[in-house]
Design a protein around this ligand. Sequence first.
Ligand code: SF4
Length: 373
Amino acid sequence: QIDLRREFRDSKRIKQLVESIKRKSEGLDLPIRIMEFCGGHTHAIMKFGIDQLLEDVVRFVHGPGCPVCVMPMGRIDLALELARRGVILCSYGDLLRVPGSRRKSLLSLRAEGADVRMVYSCMDTLKIAKENPSREVVFFAIGFETTTPQTAVLIKKAQELGLNNLSVVSNHVITPAAIQHILNAPEIREIGKVRIDAFIGPGHVSVIIGTKPYHYFAEEFQKPVVISGFEPVDVLQSVLLIINQLKNREAKVQNQYGRFVTYEGNKKAQNLVADVFELRKEFEWRGLGNVPYSALKINAKYRAFDAERRFSVTLPEPREHPACICGKVIRGVSVPTDCKLFGTVCTPSNPLGSCMVSSEGACAAYFKYRKEF
Ligand code: SF4
């Protein structure tokens, strides 16, 4: 049993690491800009004040690794439209609060009578489908590689049980494709604006995909990548590993989260995903636009469970809230406090954009842990 508080929140170790980082970074072009891809890391950095501890040394650039935040308005509108059509629409909690083009969320539709249900596990939808044989049940699946294997199990189980009233909208997205897009995107490469020197790689995602897929970025783009855990000592150790690499002019992948992450990842989970899904040629991300081969759709073998095939939905052009700068926040071009609506009009209890809704969103993190707005 790991005692997280003692092992990874120890104030003495934290002080030592901060001192080492400051000492080792002497001579580098400061501040070093590190993109933490994952929303979980953004929250850890804010919660433990790591950005403040390393204020003069490191600038953390928040990445697009929050699955709710990156859902574009068009996909939210799709979920809303399906709910309006009388299906039982199931999804995870945070997604239900994201406003669509007409400023309505799934939760507000539920208040008007739509059958929208929050599930803690996608497997809950099996029970709902069994209990409602005369109703269409749609699971609106979101998430990075961490949650995709569970959706694959759900679809396989639905087939095994012959549940033909259950279908899935797959919005599962892929981390390496997004990182590659960020590194290729001209706006992100505008060095003066958002220089990125290195990446803190996602911990949970990497449990599934392993460290293998990151080697390409490190070599091709000459950026250090360190896969990190979520405790303050984890993040600080990862920063120190990055500083050491920069100091030695290296760009390689290192695994700080070795207690859970391996080189190959979870093969069983990868095989499940490969059996049920295939790559989409293109998928729109909020903030990043269309990213090639960055998401998964249900393959032909399981096409009967693909809600996008079952329901033909044509929607008007999605409309973003004109003052919400979520897209810029997701790209790392702006921070939440740059937004005029932050903390006044837009709060977690009245979110205007996805970054304030999600428990992993950057705006929600700033609101929770930074009170000086
Ligand atoms: Fe959008 Fe609200 Fe964040 Fe502003 S504070 S960028 S309105 S989510």
